[in-house]
Design a protein around this ligand. Structure first.
Ligand code: SF4
Ligand code: SF4
Length: 378
C-alpha cells in the first residue's frame, strides 16, 4: 500500500480517539458490539458511535485465564481480558455492550462481563428457519431498540432507522468494493494491507471518514497495473475461510504471504460476511431482522449460506487454494471444517488446508511448515 495512505490511516486512527471523546463530551453515546448479528443501525439511529469489540490480541489473555478456562477460544479470552484489565479504550468508552447468544463460550462469558459493564444480550435463534426463528428474532430487535432508547435518551423513529440503514449499507458496500479490488489478477493489495484497512476503519467514529478513506485506496489501486503489483500472475491466490481475524490475530495471513502466496479473499465475519445490504424499501425492523438472521456463521444449524458464499468467492476471486482457520476450542467452525473440505475438494477440485490455532506465537514454526508445504503443492 502507498506509504502516504498508510500514514494517513495511522493519523486518522490516532485522531479517532479524540473524536470519540469529543462525541461523548457533547452528550452522545458509544455502543460496543461483540458480534455481527446485532443490528448496529439501531445504535446509529440513536446518534451513537458503534464499535466492534471482539478481541484480536494475545496480551490480555493471561489475565482472562485467571477467571476463564484456558481451553477456550482465544477471541473470547482476549475480549474478556481487555475488559477486566481495562486496556481497551474502545471498551472503556462504551456506555453499553450489545452481545448475542452465539456460541456457548461467548454467551457464558457475557454473563460475567456484565459484572463490569452494562451488557444487553440478544437471544439469537439457532437456525435461520423463517417460520420459527424470524418472529422471536424480530422481538429481540425491538427489545434492543427500547434498551438503546432508555440508555441514550433518544427516540429511535422508523425514519431514523432508515437513515441509519442507508449509511451502514454505504459503509458495507464500500468495504465490499475495497475487498473486490483483490479480484484483479494479480491483486494490487496484499492480504495484510486489507486486514489492516478493514480492521482500523472499523473503529472510525465518523463513518463518512471511513468511506472516504476506503474510496481513496480503491482509486489508488485502479492506477496499479500488473508491473506495479506486489504479485505476479503466477502467485498462488488463497481464500481464507472460517473464524474472524484482525490485527494481532493475523499470523496465518502473514505466514501465507511470507510463503509467497496472496490472501485475496476473506470469507469470515471480519471480511466478506460483513458486506450484506439491508433492504431499504420495507419496514426497517423487518428488514434488519431478516438480513441479520441470514448471516452465515457456524453458530447456525444448519448453515447453508456459508457454502453459497464460498461458491461465489472461489469463482469471483480466481482462487487456487482454500485455507480454513479455526480458533482453538471453537467447536462450531471445527466441526464444519469436515463438510467445507468436502465441498471445496469435490465441487472445485481445489487444495484445502484446515488449521487450528490460537493467538500465541507458540506454534508459528509448525504452521509455517504446513503452510509452505501447502503453497508448494499449489
Ligand atoms: S464467528 Fe460468528 S459468532 Fe463469532 S463473532 Fe463472527 S459472527 Fe459472531
Ligand atoms: S470463533 Fe468460535 S468459539 Fe470463538 S467466539 Fe466465534 S463462534 Fe465462538
Amino acid at each position: 500500500m502507498n506509504p502516504k495512505l498508510l500514514t494517513k490511516l495511522q493519523q486518522i486512527s490516532e485522531q479517532n480517539l479524540v473524536d470519540i471523546e469529543a462525541h461523548k463530551e457533547a452528550g452522545n453515546h458509544v455502543v460496543g458490539f461483540y458480534c455481527l448479528y446485532a443490528p448496529t443501525e439501531l445504535a446509529v439511529a440513536a446518534d451513537a458511535i458503534v464499535l466492534s469489540l471482539c478481541g484480536t490480541r494475545q496480551d490480555p489473555i493471561e489475565a482472562a485465564e485467571e477467571v476463564l478456562p484456558r481451553n477456550l477460544c482465544p477471541l473470547i479470552k482476549s475480549s474478556y481480558g481487555f475488559a477486566i484489565t481495562d486496556t481497551c479504550p474502545f471498551f472503556r468508552f462504551s456506555d453499553l455492550i450489545v452481545a448475542d447468544t452465539t456460541c456457548d463460550g461467548k454467551k457464558k462469558m457475557f454473563e460475567i462481563m456484565s459484572e463490569i459493564k452494562t451488557v444487553h444480550v440478544l437471544q439469537l435463534p439457532q437456525n435461520q428457519d423463517i417460520a420459527t426463528s424470524l418472529g422471536p428474532w424480530k422481538d429481540e430487535i425491538k427489545k434492543l431498540k427500547s434498551v438503546l432508547e432508555e440508555i441514550t435518551g433518544r427516540q429511535i423513529t422508523p425514519e431514523k432507522i432508515k437513515q441509519a440503514i442507508r449509511l451502514q449499507n454505504r459503509v458495507r458496500k464500500t468495504r465490499k468494493r475495497l475487498m473486490d479490488v483483490a479480484k484483479a489478477k494479480p491483486s494490487p493489495l496484499t492480504g495484510m494491507d486489507l486486514v489492516e484497512i478493514l480492521f482500523k476503519t472499523n473503529f472510525f467514529a465518523d463513518a463518512e471518514k471511513g468511506i472516504e478513506f476506503m474510496d481513496e485506496i480503491i482509486d489508488e489501486c485502479q492506477g496499479i497495473d500488473q508491473g506495479k503489483s506486489p504479485y505476479t500472475l503466477k502467485t498462488p491466490r488463497i481464500l481464507l475461510t472460517g473464524v474472524p481475524i484482525g490485527l494481532g490475530s493475523d499470523k496465518v495471513v502473514k505466514i501465507i504471504e511470507q510463503a509467497g502466496a496472496n490472501v485475496v479473499g476473506f470469507e469470515n465475519c471480519s471480511g466478506y460476511k460483513r458486506t450484506f445490504q439491508v433492504d431499504e424499501t420495507i419496514d426497517p425492523i423487518q428488514a434488519l431482522a431478516e438480513q441479520y438472521l441470514s448471516i452465515p456463521c457456524s453458530v447456525m444449524s444448519p448453515n447453508p449460506g456459508r457454502t453459497d458464499l464460498l461458491d461465489e468467492m472461489i469463482r469471483e476471486f480466481y482462487v487456487d487454494g482454500v485455507v480454513d482457520l479455526t480458533w482453538q476450542a471453537c467447536h462450531t467452525y471445527n466441526i464444519e471444517a469436515t463438510s467445507i473440505q468436502k465441498y471445496v475438494q469435490d465441487r472445485f477440485g481445489l487444495p484445502y488446508l484446515h488449521l487450528e490455532t490460537d493467538y500465541s506465537e507458540s506454534d508459528t514454526e509448525q504452521l509455517r511448515v504446513r503452510i509452505e508445504a501447502f503453497i508448494e503443492m499449489i
